[in-house]
Ligand binder design. Sequence first.
Ligand SMILES: [Zn+2]
Length: 302
Amino acid sequence: MIVDVHTHTPQYRDPVPPEQVVMQHAWRPDRAVKATVCWEEYLAAQAPAEKSIVFQIAWHPGEWEDRLSGQPAGDKSWYQRPDGRGNLNDATATFVRAHPDRLIGFMALHPHDAHCLDELERCRTELGLRGIKLGANYQNFDPLEPRALAIYERAQRYGLPILFHQGTSPVRNAPIRFAHPLLMDEIAARYPDLKIIMAHMGHPWQVDTCVVIRKHPNVYADISATFYRPFSFWEQLIKATEWNVLDKLLLGSDFPVATVQETIDGLRRVNQVVEGTRLPRVPEEAIEAIIHRDALALLGLG
Ligand SMILES: [Zn+2]
């Protein structure tokens, strides 16, 4: 079973109109990324994953325009899609319902929304979304503030895993300190039954991520969007090897940033960067175990 725990809901059901195509050149050092995609492109990029977790992120109303397009902010509801076409969580649920055999949807929430817990209940009971995506740096909230803790408490109660964006990002007004992996230690200590996925192994603080997932049984890390920095990638997996946490690593693509096959190929090539040296190698069987790990069982979603 190959599971991709980290993908973003495509913005378009039908092929993206040419004038809406956005190419991102800063996301990866090795190639540009087509940031606007349709359902078909998403599904093609997910092969060979049998199951994929898919979600969006709830920007602060008004801020998405500032951040993504540079245009002045208008009046927005908390979960409005960037293009104004309805609610983020409805869009994810619609996509998941069209492909229930392949997709598991997580909800986007913003702890500063006064009705955030109502949206959580609606997503859980009406939309069938089975986890939560948060990115405190992008969403500009303190991960330890009471409004955020209220979400974790509810998530723990209902067995909703939370995937947190971790580590840096190129978004200028996203405070990096809100996504530092060591904060997860405090959250995991307060909510020991909460299932947490730390995205991107907390890049570039991968060793901090290793020590957090090492001590908390219900905290995992995904390796999404890390293989295309080959030296850092090798180093992070060697650190995971030495800290004995390779079994806590989950496969993720961060599509549209990368495809599942690219991510798998990157994993299998991890030792190439040290070929011909005496530097340690990531065990091949551990690499295959990451690729085939049943993340859904570990997250209580099986
Ligand atoms: Zn992502």
